[in-house]
Design a protein around this ligand. Structure first.
Ligand code: PHE
Length: 356
């Protein structure tokens, strides 16, 4: 009995892992284990022998079981310790400089633009990309026969897309100007909003893609003039392009929804193949603008006898190309990782002008 006891208690202590310990358990106290076999021998003993051996065997069985549980617990603890040591992680380490993902220049520039105009008191508004032709054209003083409707290369939704409750069919918005109307409807005057978002036109070459981004600006009050528009845009360009001396040219133009209208060009030079802003003899068009047409105010539910203001629409992709020297617009939408790593921004870097 003592040999048996020594043998199995030693085997239990020697078991190096839970699988080995299980083998020991089966061989010692399993149904066909050595202790069970000894129990069977009790039947062949005399009653006196049995009275002695029975309790001792039972006690041995209990002792082996207790040793098994103790060994099992210590093996489990050791396994956990080993795993904790192996998977150890210092959460106080600084993050790695290189990130798998980057912020797309369009997102970065949208952030920059909204931050700069937020400083001037403009809120941000958004509208739907699938819009009715009323918001995209009619409300902006572009009636059905107007050539601008054709010039815009509009994508029309299929007939089964239906129409709104007034029978106006849906189109993909060709500009962010419909958000002017929606903002007036929602907030009335006075009003200061910028509206960034995606717009769509059937056009494709080095400087045109069927989907691109614009940001609309709208400022309404009792006495807003072209002078305010000029100051705002100059202030914006200085902050956005981060150059002190910026030169803007306001060129008389025509939009059905503004009167008077002006397109704005920025002075630049292409000398030596690199683009420099604020110097040189070249001009690059960056936006359309003007004083909001009274009919547009009316369509937005704002009284043109009481309120007036300016609006502008700027190409986000266009100013991103200018600021970051990106030559081909189409690459913006290729989702090429090498391009994104080169032109993308670190997710942890705050965009310009955002206070940390
Ligand atoms: N919506 C015009 C465009 O897409 C830009 C614009 C907006 C012009 C607001 C004047 C006023 O070209």
């Amino acid at each position: 009995m003592d040999d048996l006891r020594d043998k199995w208690l030693t085997a239990i202590l020697d078991a190096g892992d839970e699988a080995a310990l299980e083998d020991v358990r089966v061989a010692a106290v399993g149904k066909k284990g050595e202790v069970a076999l000894k129990m069977r021998e009790l039947g062949r003993m005399t009653p006196e022998e049995r009275q002695q051996a029975g309790p001792r065997l039972n006690a041995l069985k209990d002792e082996i079981n207790a040793a098994l549980s103790a060994r099992k617990a210590s093996l489990e603890d050791a396994a956990l310790e080993a795993r904790l040591a192996d998977e150890w992680l210092d959460v106080t380490l600084p993050t790695r400089a290189r990130h798998a993902g980057t912020i797309h220049p369009v997102s970065q520039v949208t952030e920059e633009v909204t931050a700069i105009f937020a400083d001037m008191g403009f809120g941000v508004a958004e509208g739907p990309q699938i819009e009715t032709d009323w918001y995209v054209f009619d409300a902006l003083n572009i009636p059905g026969h107007h050539p601008a409707r054709a010039e815009m290369d509009t994508f029309y939704m299929g007939r089964d897309a239906g129409a709104d409750e007034n029978g106006n069919p849906f189109v993909l918005r060709t500009h962010t100007s419909p958000v002017q109307i929606r903002s007036m409807e929602a907030q009335g005057a006075p009003l200061r909003v910028i509206c960034p978002g995606r717009v769509y036109r059937a056009d494709y070459d080095q400087t045109h893609t069927p989907m691109f981004h614009q940001v609309e600006g709208l400022a309404l009050d009792r006495d807003i003039t072209m002078a305010n528009l000029k100051w705002c845009l100059e202030e914006f360009c200085r902050a956005f392009f981060e150059v002190e001396s910026i030169d803007l040219r306001f060129r008389a133009s025509h939009f059905p929804f503004t009167e008077p209208s002006a397109e704005v060009d920025i002075r630049c030079s292409w000398e030596g193949g690199t683009l420099k802003l604020g110097q040189g003899d070249d001009w690059l068009e960056i936006l359309g603008s003007g004083m909001v047409h009274p009919k547009v105010l009316q369509a937005g539910g704002v009284d043109p006898d009481e309120w007036q203001g300016f609006a502008f629409g700027m190409g986000i992709d266009r100013i991103a190309m200018l600021k970051y020297g990106i030559p081909d617009l189409r690459a913006f939408f290729d989702a090429d990782l090498r391009w994104l790593r080169h032109y993308g921004f670190s997710p942890l870097a705050a965009p310009t002008r955002h206070a940390g």
